[in-house]
Design a protein around this ligand. Structure first.
Ligand code: SF4
Length: 493
């Protein structure tokens, strides 16, 4: 585990990067040996669970495996399989164990197969112990803080396979850190999309909402240097990326820990200026920290997406207090309505938890009241699930059917406002980034407006990654059917 003074950071990061690059070269040697044994190129598969941050980590893991010489396949029966786990919700845990159980069958028919498990769940000791005891076929376990050590672990997995052919427990590598100050840049990453990419701007969270495991599994807030972020965004733009999403558990806190503090709003404005980048999104801001400076930067920068994801979690002051969210329903509504006034066409989406400990029908009424007053454009609504080790796990739990009743009422209210908000765009012409061919409708492609609304238009794969003016003709609840009128060049807005 590394714990460094600020002044040591740069040198330590560079030293670690150089080490890992050496391991990556060495891993290439093991992959070539494997290729000659198999008589084909070895394959890999990364199964990702969870949020945008995890998706970004999965790209890094895939990039390292591809650089070592593996080729990616869709199937979980690949020669090297990684499960990048999520612990935010209980069903993600169960889903993961189900998939891992299936992997044992693949390993029986391909004994050279290697299985690695990483991500947030591995930061919890109980999960690591469970894997060690009940899943002996797992070769490698590591956590969120030391993902950059993956080239090294990759080498050790193949070294151990030669050293300890008969003992699964001697072969297995387990390395989970409780924290780190290192931020290792520049290891290879394999992007999922050619035209858009996530960019980590910070790691960890200091907020300790009582239901959330993130501060325990992702550690305290650490910001990347603005120079490194802008270098990455510039490189992405040179590589054809037109849209970036700045990622952090609590982006408003960006920069507070830097030697020369810089606000998130300032960073956002600089990213908007990178030539070639036409749209900038970010995820996730904490409502208590949304600043006027940020609202004004979004307002004056057409490249900043007209979409703010603004997690409410509950509209009841009593529940917000129990959640340790540190804002009241009135403060939340005041900010949300101010954002609507200042930024025309902005979409406000949110996260809401139903069935938080002690929640009553009256608390749900308060949440529904906020939903209607703000008029959310969309919401991710979840039933509360206990995360062991968090303060909320020790509070009085709501019976499952009560939580479900609250969830259904909240969902119905959100669907109502989301439909109303989407309908406001009917008949307009707006700019969409075309993202993919429509999987259900032949001859159609799907794009996304700056405010995150999806629109389906007739078209083909040649349009993907380009901006078009589209007519919003036919509102189907939460999305549109329309036509692509013309490709946009220059500022897209
Ligand atoms: S702000 Fe709260 S909910 Fe979000 S990551 Fe931090 S502790 Fe978790």
């Amino acid at each position: 585990m590394q714990n460094l003074n600020l002044t040591d950071h740069k040198a330590a990061n560079e030293e670690e990067l150089a080490r890992q690059k050496e391991f990556l070269e060495k891993a290439g040697m093991y992959v070539r040996e494997l290729a000659s044994e198999l008589g084909r190129t070895p394959t890999f598969h990364v199964t990702n669970f969870g949020c945008q941050m995890n998706a970004k980590d999965a790209e890094k893991l895939a990039g390292i495996l591809a650089s070592a010489g593996f080729s990616e396949i869709e199937e979980e029966s690949a020669d090297f399989v990684i499960y990048n786990t999520c612990t935010v919700r209980d069903n993600a845990d169960q889903h993961f164990y189900g998939r891992l159980g299936r992997a044992s069958h693949f390993k029986k028919s391909n004994p050279r197969m290697k299985i690695a498990v990483c991500g947030c769940m591995m930061q919890e000791k109980t999960n690591v112990e469970k894997l060690k005891k009940s899943y002996p076929y797992v070769d490698l376990i590591f956590g969120t803080h030391n993902l950059f050590r993956f080239p090294e672990y990759l080498c050790r997995v193949y070294e151990n396979a030669q050293k300890y052919p008969r003992s699964a427990s001697a072969r297995r590598i387990v390395d989970v850190w409780e924290k780190t100050d290192l931020i290792v840049e520049d290891l290879p990453a394999e992007r999922k999309y050619a035209y858009k990419s996530g960019v980590n701007i910070m790691f960890g969270c200091d907020n300790f909402c009582t239901y959330c495991i993130v501060p325990y599994v992702r550690g305290r807030e650490r910001s990347r240097s603005p120079r490194e972020i802008l270098r990455e965004v510039t490189r992405l733009a040179q590589d054809g990326v037109v849209e970036v999403m700045l990622l952090g558990q609590n982006v408003n806190s960006y920069g507070k820990d830097l030697e020369e503090p810089l606000s998130f709003a300032e960073l956002l404005e600089s990213v908007c200026k990178v030539p070639g980048i036409e749209r900038v999104r970010f995820m996730t801001p904490h409502p208590k920290d949304i600043s006027e400076e940020l609202i004004q930067v979004i307002k004056r920068n057409p490249k900043a997406a007209r979409h703010i994801h603004f997690p409410l979690q509950s509209g009841s002051d009593r529940i917000l207090k129990l959640m340790n969210r540190r804002y009241s329903r009135d403060e939340y509504m005041e900010k949300a309505l101010h954002i609507r006034e200042e930024i025309p066409d902005v979409a406000i989406t949110t996260d809401i938890i139903a069935g938080f400990p002690t929640e009553t029908p009256a608390d749900v009424d308060d949440t529904i009241d906020v939903i209607r007053k703000v008029g959310f454009d969309n919401a991710y609504t979840f039933i509360y699930s206990v995360r062991t080790g968090t303060p909320a796990a020790r509070m009085e739990q709501v019976p499952e059917e009560e939580a479900k009743k609250g969830f259904d009422r909240i969902l119905a209210a959100v669907q109502e406002t989301a439909k109303q908000q989407t309908l406001l765009l009917q008949g307009r012409t707006m700019c969409a980034l075309i993202e993919e061919e429509n999987a259900q409708l032949d001859g159609y492609v799907s794009g996304r407006l700056s405010n995150n609304t999806i629109v389906h238009v007739p078209g083909d794969a040649s349009m993907i990654g380009k901006f078009y003016d589209v007519s919003l003709d036919d509102c189907r609840g939460f999305y549109y059917f329309g036509k692509a009128l013309k490709e946009r060049s220059g500022e897209v807005g």
